[in-house]
Ligand binder design. Structure first.
Ligand SMILES: C[S@@+](CC[C@H](N)C(=O)[O-])C[C@H]1O[C@@H](n2cnc3c(N)ncnc32)[C@H](O)[C@@H]1O
Length: 243
């Protein structure tokens, strides 16, 4: 894999931070421990903790790690090449407060991250899955949202963003049971062009992006939440697949 260039840009938007002299590079790639994740051992301290599920190339997490040096960050994604790029960029920025792992977010949320151990969980542009047979693969189910509530500490925050209208509508119904959503009308003040690669590309295509940050409730509401069985509605995608 070629190294990212010094002048890192995606769609004309500079990647956060700058590449340091090689003597200051770090190692941020992590092997799945196959056991509960020991934040204190890995980071060598006890600090607030942020997790990005489906972190892609790490744009949000690297920007946050640079802006919040006193907070530890963990990025999880299924795709090796995305995580390689994320780790390489973080290494070359000399970051010590971020790690990236190739793994399934579901496994990590249930088997690696302990209850009441994380301060923020972020999910940017979870895959909508357009085919009916793939709907069961959607990440944000009622059970997964409940597990996120369990993994977060009291007062913790869930941050969600999507450019899929149907997924957003679903989240607006599913999240309030465990969280108090606050909707953000416009771009993030810390990243006006977009926090993530997908956000930047979606906006360049003219898609609407919906964002919420949702504070953890002390106790869940006694309401029923449907399964994410919605039609993600992208007919052009289906037409391409049929050809
Ligand atoms: C549409 S991309 C968004 C990437 C990034 N968050 C962004 O906004 O640019 C969705 C990402 O979620 C990852 N992903 C999907 N299911 C996952 C899972 N179960 N565990 C970890 N990553 C997952 C994919 O590999 C992909 O990188």
């Amino acid at each position: 894999m070629p190294p990212p260039r010094e002048t890192d840009c995606e769609f004309g938007v500079p990647f956060p931070g700058r590449v340091l002299d090689g003597s200051r590079w770090t190692r941020t790639g992590l092997r799945d421990p196959g056991a509960p994740f020991d934040w204190t051992r890995v980071f060598g301290r006890d600090a607030p903790r942020v997790v990005d599920l489906g972190c892609g190339n790490g744009r949000y997490l690297i920007g946050s790690a640079l802006a919040r040096p006193a907070t530890d960050h963990l990025g999880i994604d299924l795709v090796q090449v995305a995580v390689d790029f994320a780790a390489q960029r973080a290494n070359r920025r000399g970051l010590t407060n971020v790690r990236f792992v190739v793994a399934d977010a579901v496994t990590w949320m249930y088997d690696r991250l302990a209850p009441a151990s994380v301060d923020e969980v972020h999910v940017y542009h979870p895959q909508p899955y357009y085919e009916p047979d793939d709907r069961a693969r959607r990440l944000l189910t009622p059970e997964f949202i409940e597990r996120t509530w369990t993994v977060l500490r009291p007062g913790g925050m869930l941050v969600l963003q999507t450019d899929n209208r149907s997924y957003w509508k679903y989240l607006m119904a599913a999240v309030p049971k465990h969280f108090l959503p606050e909707l953000l009308p416009g771009p993030w003040p810390d990243a006006p062009a977009g926090r993530t690669r997908r956000e930047i590309s979606a906006r360049l295509k003219g898609l609407v992006v919906w964002r919420m940050q949702a504070r953890r409730r002390d106790a869940p509401l006694a309401i029923a939440v449907p399964a994410p069985d919605f039609d993600a509605d992208r007919p052009s995608f289906r037409a391409r697949r049929r050809r």
